[in-house]
Design a protein around this ligand. Structure first.
Ligand code: ADP
Ligand code: MG
Length: 242
């Protein structure tokens, strides 16, 4: 579903990605972890060309997002991206936030978009909040709306960049629960997260990044119990002693 072929990227003269060659299969859940500044955000942002690359190739369901022939706006609407910040439109109700893209981009009728929005709200446990505005919701609720808004475009892939890092601790679980449900429904997902419990429970594979390279990729039980790369070993022992 997603393939990185010897991907290299520089910010100016600083090389941020070194020869990343990885694959994500359809329906696979990959958790990306590693120290701050290791290139995790940059890597997942290359998938929908929020960050262009200078060398190598990326294929997303057979499409090269860096090809000149790609309609990048069209391409981006097909990939769900959830950030640390919730990015809802503050002046629109939850319902309007969810209906916007299906009506404007997919040309869905308002009635159909509303029905879709309500079913998605039920899916993320917010069926009683369609008329609320973002600032009337908790961070965890806003993030669940943000996920529902992505799902309204029926994305084949969902990318998450530290979706729980800006949340108060008591709200982390409700967002992870929604992500876990998506994973169990077969969504192809790449999640950058520090939630190692989620990685253990939900990931098919964990990628460990340091200094712009993926140094280890392994099923969680292997990654956590018998990592091979010294940097991964140190990372895991740091988590254990934290
Ligand atoms: P992570 O998500 O793992 O914390 P990032 O991908 O955000 O790492 O950043 C990787 C490295 O690239 C860091 O050293 C960061 O300072 C640098 N970097 C990130 N974005 C930019 C940018 N737009 N311009 C220059 N350097 C950047
Ligand atoms: Mg980051």
């Amino acid at each position: 579903m997603i393939e990185f072929q010897q991907v290299k990227k520089w910010y100016g003269s600083y090389q941020v990605l070194h020869d990343v060659s990885e694959r994500v299969e359809k329906g696979e859940v990959v958790v990306v972890c590693g120290p701050s500044g290791s290139g995790k955000s940059t890597l997942i942002r290359t998938i929908n060309r929020l960050e262009p690359i200078q060398e190598g190739k990326i294929l997303v369901d057979g499409i090269d997002p860096n090809s000149r022939d790609v309609d990048i706006n069209q391409f981006r609407t097909a990939i769900g991206f959830v950030f640390q910040q919730f990015n809802l439109f503050p002046h629109l109700s939850v319902l309007s936030n969810l209906m916007l893209a299906p009506v404007k981009i997919r040309r869905m009728s308002k009635a159909a978009a509303k029905e879709l929005a309500m079913s998605l709200l039920a899916r993320v446990g917010l069926e009683n909040k369609p008329h609320a505005y973002p600032d009337q919701l908790s961070g965890g609720q806003q993030q669940r709306v943000a996920i529902a808004r992505c799902l309204a475009m029926s994305p084949p892939i969902m990318l998450f960049d530290e979706p729980t890092s800006a949340l108060d601790p008591e709200m982390v679980g409700e967002v992870l629960q929604v992500m876990k449900q998506l994973a169990s429904e077969g969504m192809t997902m790449i999640c950058v997260t520090h939630e190692m419990g989620f990685a253990r429970e939900v990931a098919d594979r964990v990628w460990f990044m340091a200094d712009g390279a993926v140094l280890e990729r392994a099923p969680p039980e292997v990654f956590f119990n018998s990592p091979t790369h010294p940097r991964a070993k140190r990372f895991i022992s740091d988590i254990r002693s934290a």
